[in-house]
Design a protein around this ligand. Structure first.
Ligand code: FES
Length: 157
């Protein structure tokens, strides 16, 4: 649905957005990670549509840049390469399969854990790509991997 797409076009960058790169370059690279405004973000292009999210997986910080994109239950997800967690591109929801044991035969169904990965707004201006942070005040699990404390740990490793 175009209306709920996180990508939008406009004639000037939104206030407090961050420049990522030229759209051609993002498309060519397929995945771009960049530290902007104190946050490490992943921007990717899938089927012609741009998406942005925190670059480290909400589970234990896996590199989503290396994840495959697959559809589950009709929703496009990035699959974390570390433990195969599935994250919807549009909302950052964690999806998992639950089995209803009382159904015969037991039938797995897809469920959502809610929003776990912070996804950001992408705007295109004259084929330049900008990201505007999702400023939801609620803590989202992926926020932990954006902290200075976490970065310091990574730099020591
Ligand atoms: Fe991503 Fe575990 S770190 S699934």
């Amino acid at each position: 649905e175009e209306q709920t797409s996180p990508t939008s076009s406009s004639s000037s960058p939104p206030p407090s957005s961050h420049f990522i790169g030229r759209k051609e370059d993002v498309i060519q690279a397929k995945r771009v990670t960049k530290l902007v405004g104190g946050r490490d973000v992943l921007v990717l292009c899938h089927q012609g549509k741009l998406h942005a999210m925190d670059m480290r997986c909400y589970h234990t910080g896996g590199p989503l840049k290396e994840g495959d994109i697959e559809e589950f239950d009709g929703r496009m997800c990035i699959v974390c390469p570390w433990h195969k967690y599935k994250i919807t591109l549009a909302e950052g929801e964690g999806l998992y399969q639950a089995v209803n044991p009382s159904a015969t035969p037991p039938k797995p169904t897809w469920r959502s854990k809610g929003v776990k990965q912070r996804v950001h707004q992408v705007t295109e201006v004259n084929r330049d790509v900008y990201v505007t942070f999702n400023d939801s005040p609620d803590t989202i699990d992926s926020d932990f991997y954006q902290t200075e404390r976490y970065r310091a740990t990574m730099n020591m490793a």
